[in-house]
Write a new protein. Structure first.
Length: 115
């Protein structure tokens, strides 16, 4: 049974950094792609980062230059390094991993940025 476990969320002051991690267990398939999303209270879910099978990454303008997504296939882990955090980055962050040809969601982790 495939399971994704997220970690690294928490509270930080504006300008600080957090590193989120999403680890897959129960699968022998490679991570062929991954995304991070976030959802703030009362708002729609927002895409914040992608990494493709070939390693290419993409970000929306709202986080570009501040967030970095990285993949470790040996550990079946995808991380999201978040720097220069702003109060508007406060949300529940969730990972979506494509293992082989199947997508899986993480449970979400809270990130709170205070001003």
């Amino acid at each position: 049974q495939v399971r994704l476990v997220e970690s690294g969320g928490g509270s930080v002051q504006a300008g600080g950094s957090l590193r989120l991690s999403c680890k897959a267990s129960g699968s022998t398939s490679m991570i062929n792609g991954a995304d991070w999303y976030r959802q703030a209270p009362g708002k729609q879910r927002e895409w914040v980062a992608s990494i493709m099978k070939n390693g290419n990454t993409n970000y929306p303008d709202s986080v570009k230059g501040r967030f970095t997504i990285a993949r470790d296939n040996a550990e079946n882990t995808v991380d999201l390094q978040m720097n220069s955090l702003k109060p508007e980055d406060t949300a529940i962050y969730s990972c979506f991993l494509i293992l082989g040809s199947t997508g899986y969601w993480g449970q979400g982790t809270q990130v709170t940025v205070s001003s």
